[in-house]
Design a binder for this molecule. Sequence first.
Ligand SMILES: Cc1ncc(COP(=O)(O)O)c(C=O)c1O
Length: 498
Amino acid sequence: MDTGEGLASKIFEYAKRIPAVKRRVDAEYAKMMGDLRAAAKPYGDEFPSCATLPEEGREHAEILAQMQAFREREASRWQDGYVSGAVYHGDPEHIALMEKAYSLHSQTNPLHSDLWPSITKYEAEVVSMTAKMLGADLAGDDAEVCGAISSGGTESILLAMKTYRDQARAERGVTRPNIVAPISAHAAFDKAARYFGIELRKIHTGPDFRADLRAMRRAVDRNTICLVGSAPCFPHGVIDPITELAELALAKGVGLHVDACLGGFVLPWAKQLGYDVPDFDFRVPGVTSMSADTHKYGYAAKGTSVVLYRSKALRRHQWFTLTDWPGGIYFSPTFAGSRSGGVSAACWAAMQSMGRKGYLDASKAIVETGQAIRRGIADIPQLKVLGDPLWVISFAASDPAALDIYRVSDAMSHRRWNLNGLHRPPCVHIAVTLRHTQEGVVERFLADLRESVAEVEASGASSSEGGMAPVYGLAGTIPARGAVSDLLELYLDALYEV
Ligand SMILES: Cc1ncc(COP(=O)(O)O)c(C=O)c1O
């Protein structure tokens, strides 16, 4: 079936064969590439490129001086609380603990579990602590919640989707698998679908931006391997109706993956604090797997996440074993072969240093800050908050024809802010972290937002929201028509240019 997007892309490809159109598009792309490249490669001649190996090894002090310079230049925006998400804790003492833990274990590789049993111990404990936080002990007598450490949210999701695919093939003979997920589910589900030959059925969300149950139900068939819900979803920070999705999954005899990459380390504590958090974890019968990112609100350094399963039998489908390789009988739990044990050590150290009280206090501060930001945005008549979020607050223009939310976001960028641009519908979000709980950050955010709205209004610029789209992880927008993928591929090429 051709999607509207696919059709638009084909028309665009066809139009590009007309020389005049091609020239215009190429010129436009060249400009956009220039802008994108300038943002990603700002160092120029100041730090000359090292395209080939130095003839002689350089002095350690010289190498470290360059790195120190980069670190200082790149720290101030996130340190001062101008960045949505990205660095979730960021306190210098906490960072020092991560760095020390990493350096103590920098030479380890958990693929050699007999050489470094400490890493195996850390990883088992990180999984156990996370599972217990997410209702493992209350999951019922037949549950044996278990899991594995991955390199990040995307890998946890990829692993779970591969696991369901292999389970469905082994147990039900499914050869043309599909996943049913709300459109708000993270891009990692698309990635999993493309990598593993699974069809992803993306289902529209309701007016509250949560999964539409009836539409999800209609999309399930006998080739469905699992349903997906988010707690909360990345775009609008809202929690899908997990209990209802779990009932549907049980009724249809399929799994339900709850993506709590963003919320796994906040929601349990927010619930305990009395915020309106529906059940979302293994307490809900029918939730068969979860992803929860230690490297986000678990406050570990980047490079770890936890994927959890309700049963060991399900997790078995994740494992990789190979018995006939001349290199020896081989096995590994995740996609990587050799990997760093240092990041797992740092993750364990983060969790030990936070403790239950630390997570509770951090979640309190974050959700209170999120709610203050939400109230402040609601008080700006030209803006509206989308859905019913706790700490990932997305907002749009009250009248998109009168105000271009992307121009507002640009105006915020000129005031040092780095927010996440979103589309379908056009909006922007801020994922509140501990950085935003610092004194004065909320007031500064709201004052800058009010000023930015006024500035865009005063400029009289017409809204071009409809024709433009934000790019994940980059400031600004690009034209939202077919062949954007070409540009992104060029950009990825450019990232590896020295
Ligand atoms: C809900 C959700 N799922 C998955 C991911 C992917 O995580 P990562 O970027 O660590 O791969 C994210 C990242 O923001 C997320 O918000």
